[in-house]
Design a protein around this ligand. Structure first.
Ligand SMILES: Nc1nc2c(c(=O)[nH]1)N[C@H]1C(S)=C(S)[C@@H](COP(=O)(O)O)O[C@H]1N2
Ligand SMILES: [Mo]
Length: 263
């Protein structure tokens, strides 16, 4: 299912979820730094006024998300609190079916062969090596129910499980003082994130969706799941991870989407 190609569905979907999106956004504004920023420029009401949004349909939520995403990377990085957790949700709130999205249609989802798959880790890492899926599956796993927010104007709640990314980076011998972590995917998508987000406790290298092996449409064999970042920052079908101080950009970021992409 693609909400982007079915505006009717998208609109109905968002009007039932707009309230919880707004509630989450208010919680986001609770920390002192955000409240201060909120008073000056970032009140939701202010954004709604600026953008002529009533936040009740997909178009206005979309507009709001775009405005929030165009805050410059430095301001967003400053506001990012590594100890602040994104909201988690009860199982009853999981969106079923969870939407599929990619820069292509569902018929073109890449098929990755589990047996021959190897995850590469490059750049500023001690003892470069590759990882098999079984090796990743034997590391401690955790799962969380979080909201995925897409800049195209929809959001959905899902449950992803896998290895805490900070643990993986340490085990892989990554230099965690480096600036960026980049991702290359089997469909030639790519993106990159800041190190503080890579090390955030809710950032997971996920191998499962809803307790099942991650299905191809959701990114088999793995998706980096960050509830602190917008959908396009969450790469699916990852085949290579790089640790670097050189700005890696990304598929959508290079076409104008905000690089920090906080949600
Ligand atoms: N490899 C890859 N990862 C990707 C994308 C993509 O096209 N290719 N699209 C991104 C976008 S814009 C979104 S909203 C989510 C969608 O994930 P889902 O299909 O699990 O909902 O994947 C993100 N990660
Ligand atoms: Mo997205």
């Amino acid at each position: 299912m693609s909400f982007r190609k079915d505006p009717g569905k998208s609109s109905a979907f968002l009007s039932t979820h707009a309230e919880s999106i707004i509630k989450d956004a208010r919680n986001e504004l609770k920390s002192p730094a955000r409240r201060l920023l909120g008073k000056r420029i970032l009140t939701l009401g202010g954004i709604a006024m600026l953008s002529g949004c009533d936040l009740t349909n997909d178009k206005s939520v979309n507009t709001m998300l775009r405005k929030m995403s165009f805050f410059n990377d430095d301001v967003q990085a400053l506001l990012f609190n590594p100890n602040e957790m994104a909201p988690t949700y009860p199982e009853s709130m999981i969106t079923r079916p969870f939407p599929f999205n990619a820069f292509y249609g569902i018929d073109d989802v890449p098929e990755v062969d589990a047996a021959t798959y190897r995850l590469q880790v490059n750049g500023l890492v001690r003892g470069k090596r590759v990882w098999t899926l079984d090796e990743l599956r034997t590391m401690p796993q955790e799962d969380r129910i979080t909201r995925h927010i897409c800049i195209e104007g929809w959001s959905a709640i899902g449950r992803w499980g896998g290895v805490r990314f900070s643990r993986f980076l340490k085990q892989a011998g990554a230099d965690t003082t480096a600036k960026y972590v980049s991702f290359h995917c089997a469909d030639n998508y790519w993106t990159s994130i800041d190190m503080p987000t890579a090390l955030h406790a809710q950032t997971l290298l996920t191998l499962t969706y809803d307790d099942q092996v991650l299905p191809p449409k959701y990114g088999f064999p793995m998706k980096l799941r960050m509830p602190t970042k917008l959908g396009y920052k969450n790469p699916k079908h990852i085949v290579a991870i790089g640790v670097t101080n050189e700005y890696p950009g990304g598929y959508w970021e290079n076409q104008g989407y905000n690089w920090f992409g906080g949600s």
